[in-house]
Design a protein around this ligand. Structure first.
Ligand SMILES: [Cu+2]
Ligand SMILES: [Zn+2]
Length: 184
C-alpha cells in the first residue's frame, strides 16, 4: 500500500515539472526591424570569385555606422551598395535587384545629398586583396522606409564612378550578403 502511494506522489511531481516548461515566443519585433540597433551581413562570393567578409551596421550619432571587412578582392576600388532584395541566390547575384532607392533619387556617392539610400560609394582593396571601410552613413536606417534590414550588400568588380546612371558603371557583382537584424 505504501509503494502505491509513493508512485502516485512521484507521478504528480512529474506532471507538475512538465507543466512548468513553457515555450518562449519568437521576437516579432526583430523580424520587422522595429527597434533594431544592429544589423549585419556575411558576404559570400558570386560564381567564379573569392570574396568573403562581413559588414555590420550600427545606430550611431548622425546615421548608421557601417563597418566592412572583406578579403579576396582585386586590388583597387570596388563599387559597394545596398541592393533592394535580400536574395543572393543567383550565381551572379542578379537576384539582389537594383540599388536600394526608396526616394527615387539619382545614383551618387555615399555622402551626396542626392543619392540612393543604398549608395555606399567604393571600398578600396590593398595589394593583398583586403579591404576595410568604416564610416557613418547619413541616409540609411534600421527601421522604417529607409531600412536596409532584409536587403543585401553587393560588392562589384570595378570602381563605382558615382556619376553614371543608374549604378555607377561598376561592373559584375563579385560578392553578396543578405542583411539580417542583429550582430550576426
Ligand atoms: Cu551594387
Ligand atoms: Zn546607386
Amino acid at each position: 500500500m505504501r509503494n502505491v502511494r509513493i508512485t502516485w506522489i512521484l507521478g504528480l511531481a512529474l506532471v507538475a515539472s512538465v507543466g512548468c516548461e513553457q515555450g518562449h515566443g519568437e521576437d516579432k519585433k526583430s523580424q520587422l526591424g522595429v527597434g533594431v540597433a544592429d544589423a549585419s551581413a556575411r558576404i559570400a562570393s558570386t560564381q567564379g570569385n573569392q570574396v568573403e567578409g562581413t559588414v555590420s551596421f550600427q545606430k550611431a550619432s548622425g546615421g548608421i555606422r557601417v563597418v566592412a571587412r572583406l578579403t579576396g578582392l582585386k586590388p583597387g576600388l570596388h563599387g559597394f551598395h545596398v541592393h533592394t532584395n535580400g536574395d543572393c541566390s543567383a550565381p551572379d547575384a542578379s537576384s539582389a535587384g537594383d540599388h536600394f532607392n526608396p526616394s527615387n533619387a539619382q545614383h551618387g556617392d555615399r555622402y551626396d545629398e542626392q543619392a540612393h539610400v543604398g549608395d555606399m560609394g567604393n571600398i578600396v582593396a590593398d595589394d593583398s586583396g583586403q579591404a576595410s571601410l568604416d564610416y557613418v552613413d547619413p541616409h540609411m536606417t534600421l527601421e522604417g522606409e529607409n531600412s536596409i534590414v532584409g536587403r543585401s550588400v553587393v560588392i562589384h568588380a570595378n570602381q563605382d564612378d558615382v556619376q553614371t546612371q543608374p549604378a555607377g558603371n561598376s561592373g559584375p557583382r563579385v560578392g553578396c550578403g543578405v542583411i539580417h537584424a542583429g550582430r550576426g
